[in-house]
Design a protein around this ligand. Sequence first.
Ligand code: HEC
Length: 109
Amino acid sequence: MMRHALPHRITLAAMLLAALTWPLAGQASSQLASDKGCYNCHGTALSGEAPSFERLASKLARYQGDPDGEQKLVTKFLTGEMFQHIDAHEQLTPESATALIHWLVEGGK
Ligand code: HEC
């Protein structure tokens, strides 16, 4: 019995690790963006003045390697001071907003 328990535990640890690092992966953020309805305005069928994520990503690329600038952007994004208040932006938790902004800064793919 005990012989079988060890590999099992290793698998469990690997799964746990994967679960912990998973939110950092790009795919997870595009899923998050989808869950939060971001694509309703920033998708291919653009709504109103919303720029596509592709355009946003190329604009936000200037924050690459600039965590301070990126953090300021997250704060502005959440407080809505930059644009006329957009509920979908302001209702995000700081964690989600940070993950999504970082995802866009890194290319939004
Ligand atoms: C109701 C439509 C709508 C939804 C939903 C929406 N946005 Fe936006 N978003 C906009 C509009 C409109 C702008 C442009 C405002 C402007 O240019 O003043 C914008 C701008 C942005 C910007 C621009 C920041 C900058 O510096 O230019 C980012 C980043 C962004 N949205 C991310 C998101 C994310 C992430 C989500 C999902 C949580 C989301 N948006 C959901 C309408 C929306």
